[in-house]
Every structure is written in structure tokens, then in C-alpha cells.
Design a protein around this ligand. Structure first.
Ligand code: ADP
Ligand code: MG
Length: 727
């Protein structure tokens, strides 16, 4: 049914992995594929702007250009009720006192509109001549417009004016839909209202080609409106109730089809891709577990390792997402998984998003494996020339067992003898293409474990990683005290300094972090440098020693400074967010975040995760100015209230919306047409459940009752159609 290229073919992999499937034959042309220029009221010039401005090429694309708002045209207001310049009103009354004022560019026409409750001024800046012939004084009109407030009075600029009988014909007691338009569209006469008018000929042109795509049992179960009716009512709603039902139906459809696609692909991948079977546990894992493991695993770690082992032994390729809050002990799970690969004669690699983090993983793993005969190597952009060549040879020769590195691992020159497992840390920084890039490192794709330290709300992960299996470490290692978080204004700085002094006296170490938006760019480091100077003045030698690191430092200098802090030779580390991820210094007990209002929630949470890693009580101090935006204040309050990463991620999602999380907007994965991952959480869960149930009963969508769905699903799952691009 599908073209599936051999697993070693990267492109084929990429498409399947990315959630796209390529139907073997293009569907028959139907009305929906007609170029939009052939629609009554469009033509070549408007079609060109619809294409360039809105990506609308066909009737089908236009049909899914949904309104963003509706105004109830069944309701009338009265002039005396107007008290707000942001609302649309519909009035019934008479027009009088036409007047032309000014000349040239300032020329405008005014008139007075009155009903039984009062008068309001109408203003036109264009079409003045036409207007004078059009309206009769004393005649009753229906007026629709958006009042604005000027010079102590309300007026209505450019109202829509209709005779009562025409009003019924045009908007016949309906809700009026509003569509987003742009300057370019407007210049071709396509404002919201004209776009809206296109749907009358459009819906009548395509009505015979619209087919139900949800199975009857689902429609009945949730009492969903039939598809054709929903598409009518989303554009031309007759009343609020029908609009609500149309919206619910289309949201469900959108979410359901996304989930179906993710789960279908996952099923297909499991069916088509064999995986290496790691059936045994041998000396590598046993020796580590019995001789080296410095503590007891938490219950959650044990459970997750069991889940992973089941995957590894299944004969199918593992694709698992491991979520766990900062400090929950993911590294250990990663290491033990790698040792299972080694026990079965395979190599493993661990890819981190930054060099610092790769270095840190390398050091941690070396230390944990010390004394065991496991060959661990590090490959980053800084490993070059004479060091690189032998490393690559050892890798290809199978001498290196575990390779830790950055995205340098993906390069073609990096060849393994027998790579069986890929672990990717901090998923959200890598794209799908990079995930796929590691697959081709062996003939059979290696098992993949993706780890993320930033908890992702369930709704988002369901959509973003809906094709991965999920394991969660929801338990912290014992003996951790939650970090105490407090908020201070800049003016209370002296109190904070006093506190820092007392902590240092007790032998603790302190981080002070300054915001820098983009570490990789040559940006002004002024805040940081000023901060470093004032901290050095406040905490002078010889009593105190202060380190500083930032992303634009030479790596050697940075490592040197880092190491001094690690060894406890400096008390304070002044830095940018380069210390955000991974860095593990149990003796550090205070995290001061300067200009905390400028950080996002997940970043604040990551930074706070740098302390509280030892057994003593740790503190996070959020410094801000006094004037905070509402959003900034919410972020700070959330941080003070909770240390639960999942709760923080949920709050982040609600404060910012899904598009802003971890640069997901760019990923294009959350460009939903009508549903909203935050507001429609319940619907999303239902859609997921239904898709799961349907596929578990009918994995290939072959049963009779699923035929309308199958037809639509396989037809629209290509790369070009609007909905095909969603996931
Ligand atoms: P993560 O990568 O999930 O943020 P790490 O793997 O870096 O967390 O672990 C954080 C700290 O907790 C490390 O110092 C690690 O050695 C320690 N740790 C991990 N698992 C346990 C455990 N079961 N018991 C005690 N300490 C643990
Ligand atoms: Mg980690």
C-alpha cells in the first residue's frame, strides 16, 4: 500500500519518521483540488494573492481557511448602549444630515445616525460621491460597524449599511464570520467580508465532494455533527448552537487525524523495522550494578529500566522518550541501557546538545565505569586533527564501546563497527532530521532512547512525540530537600548579599546567573561583566574567590574556571545560562538569578535544578525589578509556588501558549488549524483514546466501517495537502 524504502535509505526513513507517508498513487482529482482562481469571485489576480499571502492554492485549501471570530448578527444594540470602542455593533435606525467636510486628503463625509435612544456620528473617508447617491434621509437602515472614540464622542467609521430586507438576505439572521486578512489581500478587495462572501459559491461548488471521514460509531458516540454540515456552519453559521457543534466536530477531526497518523506510523514502523534483539544481561551490566553503582536505584528508575529492557528484547526497534525532571537520575538509566547494548555485542552512543554537557556526560560516565573494562570516548567539534583520526579508527574497529558527543556524531565520517543504541539527551534541541541522521549508522536502525530534562505537558508530548513510547521518572532520589525559592526586588540586594555571605561561611557555593539571550551570538556581555565587577567588589579576595563563565569564552579558559568552582576553590560562580543544563555540583546551595523576569519558566526551572543536588537545604533567589509585566509576575509566582517540573511545564503552556514552548513554533508541529492544545486538552485526550482504540482493533484501516476514514486518511496523508503538514 505504501512505498517504503529500504531502512538504510535515509530519505525514506526521514519521511516515515517525520510522520509523513507517501501514498502509492495520487488520489483522483476532485473539486477540492480545483485551483482557487476558478472560484466565482476570485480570478487570476486574487488567486495570486491568496497563494502568496495565505498559501491557498485550491478550493480545498480555502475551505479550511477558518474564521477567527464571529459576530452575532441576530442581535441589535441601541445607540445609548455604545460604551466601548472595541466591540462590533448592529443598530437599526435612520440616517440624516449628510455633510462633506474638508478637501483633498482630509476630505470626509459625515452623517448622523439615530434610533430611539440617541444619535451617533458616521464617518466615511472614501467613496464619498457614491455614498451621497446611495442613502436616503429618513429611510430605516440596518447599520453594522465598530465604534471608535474620538474627541469625547463615539463615531462609527465606514459602517456597513443595508436596508432591513437586504440585511436578511445577506446575513439572514446569522452570525457573521471574520477572517484574517492582510494589506496585500485588501488591496485586491479581499477584506474579511469579501473573503467571507467566497464561501457561498465555494460551498455550493464542493458540496457533492465533501465526504464524511469519521466512522459512524465515533460520530454517534460523541454526537458529532456530520462533516459537510460542520464545514457549512463554520463559515456560514446560522446560530450559536450550530456553530458550537461545528467547531467541536472540526476540532475533534483535526486532533483525531493527527493522533491517528502518529499512531499509525508508529504501528507501521514497529511492523516494518526489525530491531536488534538485546536478549542478555552480561558482565558489563552485572559488574557495574554489583560493584560500582553508588546507591540504590529509585523505584521509578527500576520501572523505566524494565520498560526499556522489554523494548530491547522485543525484536522491534525501540523508540522511547524518557522524561524525568532535572536531577531525577536519567543519566544512570542511560548508562545502564548502554551497558545492556555492550553485553549483547553492540556499541552505544550518547548525543548531547552542547559541548559542555557532552563533556560532563563523558566525565560522569568515565567516573561511574572506572575500573571496568569499558572503552568510552568523547567526540565534539573541538576534537580535531591528530586526536580525531585514531578515535574514528577505534570506533570503526569496535575498540570504542561508548561514544559520547555532540551533533558531531552525526557526520558521515563517524562510522561505527556495530552501533546498536543511540541515546539523545535534551530532545527539544534536536530536530527530527538529526534523530533520523543517527539511524543510518547501521544497516538495521539502532534502538533510540530520547531523554528530556524539560518536562513536557502530556498534551504536548502526545502530539509532538506521539509516535514514541513514553517512560517517566516521577520520583527523585531519596534525601533531596526541595529547593526553597524566594523572590527579591533589586532594591533588597543587600539582604541577599548578607545571605550569600552566611552560606559561604557554612562552606557552601553560590551561582549568580545573568540573562544573555543568545550564547552563540556576539552579544553585549555588559550585564554579566558589570555583575562580575560588583560581585567581586562585594566579595573581595582574600576572603572570597569568584569565577566567571560564559558561552563566548575560549573553551580552555571556561573549563579552567569551571574546574576551579567544581574543586571548591572559588565560592561564587558568576555566569550566563551556560550552566543551565547538566552541571552537577552538589556543594552549590544557592542559585541567584538576576533579572529573573527575563527568563522563561523552563529555563528558570533548569537553572534552579543546578542546586539542591546535595543533602543540605538549597535556595533559589529570583531577583527582579519592581515593575513586572503580568506574565513576568506569573512566572515568578509559579517558581516560588512549586518545584514540580510538570506543574511548571503546564503553567508555561498556559501562560505562553503552545507555539512559544521550546521554539516549537518553528517546528511547525503545533500549527493547528482549529484546535488548541491548551484549551482543547480534553478533546485531545479523547481523540487520542479513540485513535488508539480504532487502530488496536483495525491496524490497517481495512474494516468495512472504517472505509470512509481510510479513504480520506490515505489520500490526505501526503506532503502537499494542508493537513498533511500538520504533524
Ligand atoms: P538528570 O540527568 O535526570 O537531571 P542526573 O542523572 O544528573 O539527573 O542525576 C542527578 C544526581 O542524582 C546525580 O548526582 C546522580 O548521581 C544522583 N542519583 C541518580 N540516581 C540516584 C539514586 N537512585 N539515588 C541517589 N542518587 C542518585
Ligand atoms: Mg542530565
Amino acid at each position: 500500500m505504501f512505498i517504503i524504502q529500504s531502512p538504510s535509505h535515509v530519505e525514506g526513513l526521514f519521511f516515515i519518521f517525520a510522520g509523513y507517508l507517501i501514498p502509492d498513487a495520487m488520489p483522483e482529482k476532485d473539486k477540492l483540488d480545483t485551483p482557487v482562481e476558478y472560484l466565482k469571485g476570485v480570478g487570476p489576480a486574487r488567486a495570486a494573492v491568496l497563494r502568496s499571502e495565505l498559501n491557498i492554492f485550491t478550493f480545498g485549501h480555502l475551505l479550511f481557511y477558518f474564521p477567527f471570530r464571529y459576530i452575532d448578527r441576530t442581535k441589535f444594540a441601541s445607540v445609548s448602549q455604545i460604551n466601548n470602542d472595541s466591540m462590533w455593533v448592529q443598530l437599526r435606525g435612520r440616517i440624516s444630515d449628510f455633510r462633506i467636510i474638508g478637501a483633498g486628503r482630509g476630505k470626509r463625509a459625515t452623517a448622523v445616525f439615530s434610533d430611539s435612544t440617541g444619535h451617533i456620528e458616521l464617518i466615511w473617508f472614501q467613496g464619498i460621491k457614491w455614498l451621497l447617491n446611495k442613502f436616503k434621509s429618513g429611510q430605516e437602515y440596518i447599520l453594522f460597524g465598530k465604534p471608535s472614540y474620538f474627541n469625547g464622542n463615539y463615531n462609527i467609521p465606514h459602517p456597513e449599511v443595508t436596508l432591513p430586507e437586504d440585511n436578511l438576505l445577506i446575513q439572514g439572521g446569522r452570525l457573521q464570520a471574520f477572517y484574517n486578512s492582510t494589506e496585500k489581500l485588501k488591496s485586491k478587495g479581499l477584506d474579511s467580508k469579501s473573503i467571507g462572501k467566497l464561501f457561498i459559491p465555494l460551498l455550493s461548488a464542493v458540496k457533492d465532494d465533501l465526504q464524511e471521514n469519521l466512522p459512524d460509531d465515533i460520530l454517534n458516540k460523541f454526537k458529532l455533527m456530520p462533516r459537510t454540515e460542520a464545514l457549512y456552519n463554520i463559515h456560514l453559521p446560522v446560530n450559536q448552537d450550530l456553530l458550537n457543534r461545528a467547531t467541536a466536530r472540526l476540532k475533534f477531526e483535526e486532533l483525531f487525524l493527527i493522533q491517528l497518523r502518529l499512531l499509525f506510523n508508529k504501528g507501521l514502523r514497529k511492523e516494518k523495522f526489525r530491531g536488534f534483539v538485546f536478549s542478555r544481561v552480561g558482565d558489563y551490566l552485572n559488574n557495574f550494578y554489583h560493584r560500582k553503582l553508588p546507591f540504590e536505584l529509585t523505584g521509578a528508575q527500576k520501572r523505566v529500566i524494565r520498560e526499556i529492557r522489554t523494548d530491547l528484547g522485543s525484536g522491534k526497534q525501540m523508540n522511547r522518550l524518557l522524561q524525568g525532571d532535572v536531577g531525577s537520575g536519567k543519566t544512570l538509566v542511560a548508562l545502564m541501557t548502554m551497558l545492556i547494548a555492550l553485553d549483547n555485542g553492540y556499541q552505544a552512543c550518547l548525543m548531547a546538545p552542547t559541548e559542555i554537557l557532552a563533556n560532563q556526560h563523558f566525565a560522569t560516565i568515565k567516573k561511574l565505569l572506572d575500573g571496568l573494562s569499558v572503552e568510552v570516548a568523547l567526540l565534539t567539534g573541538s576534537v580535531t586533527g591528530s586526536a580525531r583520526k585514531p578515535l574514528l579508527d577505534h570506533l570503526a574497529g569496535g575498540i570504542v564501546h561508548i561514544l559520547v558527543g555532540t551533533h558531531a556524531l552525526i557526520e558521515d565520517k563517524v562510522q561505527f563497527k556495530n552501533l546498536g543504541l543511540v541515546i539523545i539527551d535534551e530532545q527539544h534541541r534536536f530536530g527530527v532530521a538529526q534523530r533520523a541522521g543517527l539511524w543510518k549508522k547501521n544497516v538495521t536502525p539502532p534502538h533510540v532512547l530520547v531523554m528530556t530534562a524539560t518536562p513536557i505537558p502530556r498534551t504536548l508530548s502526545m502530539t509532538l512525540y506521539g509516535d514514541l513510547d513514553l517512560s517517566v521518572i516521577d520520583e527523585m532520589p531519596p534525601g533531596r530537600k526541595p529547593v526553597k525559592t524566594v523572590h527579591f526586588y533589586d532594591k533588597d540586594r543587600l539582604k541577599v548579599f548578607g545571605f550569600i555571605r552566611r552560606q559561604i561561611k557554612e562552606g557552601r557555593q553560590v551561582y549568580i546567573v545573568y540573562p544573555i539571550i543568545n550564547e552563540s551570538e556576539k552579544l553585549d556581555l555588559k550585564d554579566l561583566n558589570d555583575g562580575f565587577e560588583s560581585i567581586s567588589r562585594e566579595f573581595p579576595l582574600p576572603g572570597y574567590a569568584v569565577s566567571m563563565v560564559h558561552g563566548q569564552m575560549n573553551t580552555a579558559v571556561r573549563d579552567f574556571e569551571m574546574q576551579r568552582f567544581v574543586r571548591g576553590e572559588t565560592n561564587i560562580m558568576v555566569s550566563t545560562t551556560v550552566i543551565e543544563v547538566g552541571v552537577d555540583i552538589p556543594n552549590a546551595s544557592v542559585m541567584v538569578i538576576e533579572n529573573a523576569e527575563r527568563f522563561g519558566l523552563s529555563q528558570l526551572h533548569q537553572l534552579r535544578g543546578r542546586v539542591g543536588r546535595g543533602s543540605s537545604q538549597s535556595f533559589c533567589i529570583l531577583m527582579t525589578k519592581e515593575q513586572l509585566t503580568q506574565e513576568g509576575r506569573k512566572r515568578i509566582q509559579t517558581m516560588v509556588r512549586t518545584t514540580d517540573g510538570f506543574e511548571i511545564a503546564e503553567a508555561d503552556l498556559h501562560i505562553r501558549g503552545p507555539g512559544e514552548i521550546h521554539g516549537l513554533r518553528q517546528s511547525g508541529m503545533v500549527n493547528l488549524v482549529i484546535a488548541d492544545l491548551v484549551k482543547d486538552e480534553k478533546l485531545l485526550k479523547l481523540a487520542r483514546q479513540e485513535a488508539e482504540a480504532l487502530l488496536s482493533e483495525d491496524a490497517g484501516l481495512k474494516s468495512e466501517k472504517n472505509q470512509s476514514l481510510a479513504q480520506y486518511f490515505f489520500k490526505t496523508i501526503d506532503l502537499k495537502s494542508g493537513w498533511g503538514l500538520i504533524s
